[in-house]
Write a protein that binds this ligand. Structure first.
Ligand code: F0G
Length: 469
């Protein structure tokens, strides 16, 4: 047996990427106010901002796209989409949406109101925002091991079952309309949730008659971790494992931009007839007719094929190995990362990387800016800028688009990150000069602390006033 795990595909169409000079990057970074969301993508060499909607589609997906039935109602593409979703997820009602957050908005608008509490292992930012937008409280109940970046644990995404039981006792089951499990746990480091934990959480939910929903974005990667880390499942296919996971739930939200292997799309599933009806009514109001939900027929086709491809074992073996390769190689040089490597991303612990920068000076944003300056890499902060003072960690996420980059791209990433690690003491903190009232990280503007004097005059040039938090 050979031991090299190769990309299980060959490349039929290529997209050039562009080199910039360091001087260009300095100017671009300043113009983007040190917020990499504000950079033009064309000026990024390797884009690890997100694994969402950035994957490469297969020949089978492109072929299916040509079969797209664009009928307003009753399209064949919807039948194929629903069939593929139900084959894996098993839920009775499948509601297509334009992406994950639309499914979240509909779910929480129907199930939540002021005074309600939604527990999750860790809410993703849009999930939390959608819970809070309807006046409910979003509570994160990750196991304590998940909060220690360097600690090794096979399922750091697990929910703290005892904490869930205490929460139910404290607030009362009637104020908890649903419990959510995010697989894998994106904001907690891309870490998986074990089948054992899913079973325990499900048992608590059933005993209290609270529905359990999955935030299923990266369900295939989670299934593969269960296969390789939970003895009971070593002989099962990722698809069988995914089917088993979803049996413990009552529904899910999904962004097909992740393990749907598509560039856009999502869905909401439920077994509950009445909820499905209310959700469909909302869908018609804002997304579209129930057989397309804001998507083109061709998008539904791409997702129908993509969901199945995401579960192919060769693909998952390569996917998880390639992410781990990046993590292991930078960790070997001393770079502090969330251990063990996650499924879709490597998370650098920016507080440990830059101990001289306090959290309120945005070490994650400063590190992300430096990685761009050094090698044209775009990453994203998941920390104080994203979550405010509530952030328990300051992480820089290097999210790997699916089937896009090759081994030599990853070797290049390792070189750039190690170079930045070597001169880390030169990196300075940042200060905020503009923030929006919610989801501020998308549009925030920052400046290096050292330029505070010069920054004063700049501050007045910004169109919108800075809002107090
Ligand atoms: N839930 C999780 C766990 C996610 O990671 C995301 C998106 C969503 C929900 C929302 O889905 O973007 O289709 O509306 N995460 C992307 C990311 C944006 O970069 O991690 P969406």
């Amino acid at each position: 047996m050979t031991k090299t795990i190769i990309e299980p595909f060959r490349i039929k169409s290529v997209e050039p990427i562009r080199w910039t000079t360091r001087q260009e990057r300095e100017n671009l970074l300043r113009a983007a106010h040190y917020n990499l969301f504000l950079l033009p993508a064309a000026d990024v060499l390797i884009d690890l901002l997100t694994d969402s909607g950035t994957g490469a589609m297969s020949t089978h997906q492109w072929a299916a796209i040509m079969e797209g039935d664009e009928s307003y109602a009753g399209s064949k593409s919807f039948d194929r989409f629903r069939q593929s979703v139900q084959d894996i997820f098993g839920y009775r009602h499948v509601i297509p949406t334009h992406q994950g957050r639309a499914a979240e908005r509909i779910l929480f608008s129907v199930m939540c109101k002021k005074g309600y509490v939604v527990p999750n292992n860790t809410h993703f930012d849009t999930t939390r925002a959608n819970v809070e937008f309807v006046g409910a409280e979003a509570v994160d109940l990750m196991i304590p091991e998940g909060k220690q970046p360097s600690l090794l644990h096979p399922f750091k995404g697990n929910m703290d079952v005892a904490a869930l039981e205490q929460l139910i006792l404290r607030v009362g089951r009637e104020r908890i309309p649903l419990v959510m499990l995010t697989v894998t746990n994106n904001s907690g480091g891309g870490q998986p949730v074990s089948m054992e934990n899913i079973r325990q959480v499900s048992a608590v939910c059933r005993a209290n008659r609270i529905p359990l929903y999955f935030d299923a974005c990266r369900f295939a990667e989670n299934a593969y971790f269960i296969k390789t880390r939970e003895k009971e499942f070593e002989a099962n296919s990722p698809k069988q494992i995914a089917q088993e996971m979803f049996r413990y739930g009552d529904g899910c939200t999904m962004s097909a931009k992740k393990d749907g292997m598509a560039n856009i799309g999502g869905f909401l599933c439920t077994n509950d007839e009445i909820l499905a009806q209310q959700e469909t009514n909302l869908l018609i109001l804002t997304e579209g007719y129930p057989t397309y939900g804001g998507l083109a027929g061709r998008d539904l086709e791409a997702i129908a094929v993509g969901l199945q491809e995401a579960l192919e074992e060769d693909y998952l073996r390569y996917r998880i190995a390639s992410t781990a390769y990046l993590g292991d190689h930078i960790a070997a040089e001393g770079v502090p990362i969330v251990q063990p490597p996650g499924g879709h991303a490597i998370y650098i612990d920016a507080r440990a990387f830059l101990p001289h920068i306090p959290a309120d000076r945005f070490p994650g944003v400063a590190l992300a800016a430096e990685l761009y300056l050094e090698g044209g890499i775009r990453s994203v902060e998941i920390g104080t800028l994203m979550f405010g003072a509530a952030a328990k960690m300051d992480l820089v996420r290097l999210a790997i688009p699916r089937r896009v980059y090759t081994q030599s791209h990853v070797d290049y990433l390792v070189e750039v990150i190690v170079e930045v690690w070597k001169h880390r003491r030169r990196i300075q903190g940042l200060e905020l000069i503009y923030e929006a009232p919610f989801l501020r990280h998308f549009t925030a503007q920052l400046q290096p602390l050292s330029s505070t004097g010069a920054g004063r005059e700049r501050e007045q040039k910004i169109d919108e006033p800075a809002l107090p938090r």
